[in-house]
Design a protein around this ligand. Structure first.
Ligand code: AHR
Ligand code: AHR
Length: 522
């Protein structure tokens, strides 16, 4: 409800401008939108195909060439204040700097994913009771940490929605979303490397009650490795359709080999459905076209033909709010009508042209997005670099020469990220193991996958300071501010200058906690 005043404002603003009035009319009536001077973004393409968007969500970019409203809202931990993050320009990319500035020296959560379609179908925290007329399995869902899914789009920094288990968004009071057996389409762009087998990382149509009301009461995109109901070829993850009480990879439950595993870093995932027909399509969101994993009749069984869609929208959870799943969402839409393959192919071309990338944007400096190496400065060890171990999850220092194995150089590469628990500090993501961060546990350093939790964020956040030995840089633990990133006996810790652990030894503490930040070796 909190988003409604904005929706009215944006509608007025759109209607007030001459060039976008035609687009707005197209949006509101579902009519085809004539060619615009503005670039054709996914929702312009769906409208041109006669299947307009009725919901459009993205934290990275505008999904209409004429859209200039907010993309999402963040709330900061320090004072609970909120801020809308918009595109840098009409039809453009998210203003990540606005988030960085607003969240400086604290952490932020994503509170709203605004609906760009003008229908008010924004997504907010999935709640148990309270805001929703039904139960949420597992209680209220968590909000996503706004810094946990950094990305670049067309060279612009942006942030995706990092769904750790327990996280979820929902809207049970929608406008214009398919109900019953009405036709609809949807696509989403996900991180293909961030998935699990928990139920159910979904985006799409679900129950308005927040409860499982039976077969055919959902029609959502699923992405992950769950094999409890269905699976495709290989080991996953797969794009499947969550039709309620079943993740379907084809017409039958279980294995359908036509639905391939998708391992691309960025994935375009599509599900669409109309009376007795539905399809799964998927592709690499960075290049190439879409394949069709399934297209054909509805699954057998009473509930799926005709369908009983209810028209709520979920992100990161199952229809009954099951929230054991993990994934990352960058953008997605739902349409009115069954989109043609040709329309979806045009949308895929726009997505690949948008240039999603997780590659570093610079090198050698302590700036978020930059790739760095961290070289030890103690006299023993000036050829040694901080690196993750190959054999376990520990973090060590070892000599990594320029002519040494490429795997060693890669293991010594770090991408600087805004601190997960304090955006004015830093986190270090492994350059060769995306999604895994340097973190302390029991004051020892490990490379672990981000679990999205507050403890992890704290353990993975370090504040850069001038080097304790008078040169280079040191990295202070945000939750144990007397402890700094240190090597001791060639293993990495957070260590105090004197203390109860062996690695707190005051001997050569200043040198051991001082690092030279340089360009990556690989
Ligand atoms: O269909 C798979 C899941 O089963 C749904 O998402 C959920 O509502 C139920 O638990
Ligand atoms: O590394 C010190 C603490 O050990 C971490 O904060 C915590 O995750 C673990 O108990």
């Amino acid at each position: 409800m909190t988003v409604r005043p904005w929706i009215r404002r944006v509608r007025r603003a759109i209607l007030a401008t001459g060039t976008t009035a035609v687009l707005a009319a197209g949006l509101l009536t579902g009519a085809a939108v004539p060619a615009q001077a503005a670039a054709q973004r996914p929702c312009d393409l769906y409208a041109a195909g006669g299947t307009p968007c009725v919901a459009a969500h993205s934290t990275t970019r505008a999904l209409y060439g004429g859209y200039n409203g907010p993309l999402y809202q963040v709330r900061r931990a320090s004072d609970g204040a909120t801020k809308d993050i918009g595109p840098l320009s009409t039809g453009g990319y998210a203003d990540a700097q606005a988030q960085d500035t607003f969240c400086a020296a604290t952490s932020c959560a994503i509170t709203v994913l605004y609906d760009q379609s003008g229908r008010g179908n924004s997504l907010t925290q999935g709640l148990k009771g309270g805001g929703w007329p039904g139960p949420a399995a597992g209680g209220n869902d968590n909000l996503a940490n706004a810094f946990e899914a950094p990305v670049t789009v067309a060279g612009h920094r942006a942030y995706g929605v990092y769904i750790a288990p327990g996280t979820g968004y929902r809207n049970n009071h929608t406008n214009g979303i398919a109900v019953g057996d009405q036709p609809e389409g949807m696509y989403a762009v996900f991180d293909g490397t961030h998935a699990n087998d928990g139920c159910c990382f979904d985006y799409g149509n679900a129950e308005t009650s927040g409860a499982d009301t039976g077969d055919g009461h959902m029609e959502a995109i699923y992405f992950g490795t769950n094999t409890g109901w269905g699976r495709g070829s290989g080991n996953g993850p797969w794009v499947m359709a969550d039709l309620e009480n079943g993740l379907f990879s084809g017409v039958n439950r279980g294995l359908n080999t036509g639905d391939p595993s998708i391992n691309d870093r960025f994935v375009t995932a599509i599900v669409k459905g109309e009376p007795d027909r539905w399809a799964i399509r998927a592709g690499n969101a960075q290049a190439g076209g879409l394949l069709t994993g399934y297209s054909g009749p509805r699954p057998g069984g009473s509930g799926y033909h005709p369908m009983h869609k209810e028209g709520a929208i979920i992100l990161g959870i199952g229809g009954d709010n099951s929230n054991a799943s993990a994934g990352t969402f960058y953008e997605g839409v739902m349409t009115s009508g069954y989109p043609s393959d040709a329309t979806e192919n045009a949308v895929q071309a726009d997505i690949t042209a948008a240039g999603y990338s997780s590659a570093p944007t610079g090198s050698g400096s302590l700036t978020p997005g930059s790739a760095v190496s961290l070289r030890a400065t103690t006299a023993c060890c000036t050829s040694d670099y901080l690196r993750h171990d190959d054999t376990d999850t520990k973090v060590v220092i070892s000599a990594v020469g320029s002519s040494g194995p490429a795997t060693d150089k890669a293991a010594a590469g770090w991408i600087v990220r805004a601190g997960l628990a304090n955006s004015s500090c830093l986190s270090f993501e492994s350059a060769d193991r995306p999604g895994q961060f340097l973190r302390h546990y029991g004051f020892e350093l490990y490379l672990n996958a981000d679990d999205g939790g507050g403890n992890f964020a704290q353990d993975a956040t370090f504040c850069a300071t001038p080097g304790n030995s008078g040169t280079g840089a040191s990295f202070r633990s945000v939750n144990y501010p007397t402890k700094y990133l240190r090597h001791y006996d060639y293993t990495a810790y957070v260590a105090g200058n004197g203390g109860s652990n062996a690695w707190d030894s005051a001997s050569s503490w200043a040198d051991d906690t001082t690092w030279v930040v340089g360009r990556p070796l690989a």
